[in-house]
Design a protein around this ligand. Sequence first.
Ligand code: PMP
Length: 438
Amino acid sequence: PHAHSRSAALHERARAVMPGGNTRHSVFFPPYPVYATHGRGSRIWDADGVERIDCMNNYSSLIHGHGHPAIVEAIQQQATRLTSVALPTESEIELAELLVERLDAIEQIRFCNSGTEAMLFAIKAARAYSGRPVIAKVEGAYHGSAETAAVSSQPGPSRWGPADSPASVPDAGSTPGVAADVVVLPMNDVDNGRRILRGVGSRLAAVVLDPLVKNLGFKPVTQEFLQMVREELQACGGLLVFDEVYSLRLGFHGAHATLGVQPDIIAMGKIIGGGLPIGAIGGRADIMTALFDPHAGARLGHAGTFNANPLTMAAGLAAMRAFDLGAFERLSALGDRLRKGLREALRIADVEGTVTGATSMTGFFLSGKSMSNYREIAALMGADPTIARRAEHVFHHLLNHGVYMGSYGFFVLSTAITEAEVDYIAETTLAALRTLPT
Ligand code: PMP
């Protein structure tokens, strides 16, 4: 049926050499993903020549969309000088200085190459600094694929244990031993969270929190939950680790600054690399120095062939310089405009739905039920298959009408987008809602 499509043909060819036809599960969707050829500003083109507004922006990393002139220029200049080298360069000092200056809780920083790696090192750092084994994390929250971080990010109904004491479920390919050193907290459940943390007591190395959990529809951590976590960490001496790989977009000075918290360690990635691969961990200078400074013994080994490669550093610096306070505020206003437009579309089409998120990140869920955690969302989706069918319809309608959104219901904007494009997204969503399957 898709014989005329070049993407379909590419997908068939790709499947011979790559399982599923590509190398990222997060960019696969049935019947086959479209294959991209190029992008410019807010737009991307696929192998069939179809142009779309990019509302994924590579899962948040492209804060300025595609081909931002200053970033292209920085990459071109750097590419002729040095792409990677087994020596430090001034370019990493410049990006480090910018981030330390801008992000409230970061006094020192180290670079790596992905958010997964940043979380891996944030967890190792918390354990190495505290000398303790146990990591606490929120059920259903995705923190990349490091083994400890992946415990109970997708446990599934048959394995998730009681709601007030979620099971620690290892990811496929991880051992129960990995999960034994992880406790899982029910999202925003203050009393049960407190009880579980107290049960760990002095064995607790850290609580890991994403301030805005994307795979729960950009569900924010509540102030009450955050307060409980801080009290318990204060009492037992564990560290607070924030995963801002995605949610750095929540605040100009970091998500932690918006929430008014000073985490001890923060994992970052995505936007700080200007579209090239990056991860970073930062935080309190005493922790960073004690663990990583060879002048002081470097208790925690941290090498990496491409850490702080000058190409990524140049791109990241150009991107973060261009993402100044004015750009942040303009982009946040565009996010508000989109959320307003989507709510309006739901109202006009008289369809039940929820629009969530903040700043440039927007969640779109086709149920009006207020849900507080991963289980409730999964249970509702299981009980009512029309929600997934309707979401798929909206996704495909948008895909066929010039808008590429996240297949499971979200939009992430870049500074390249215009008000007219935001309005077009809302109008196209309205058209999709008017033709929903029942
Ligand atoms: N943590 C969070 C909150 C993320 O959203 C992601 C990626 N979407 C990661 C970690 C992993 O980052 P990466 O894909 O760069 O490894």
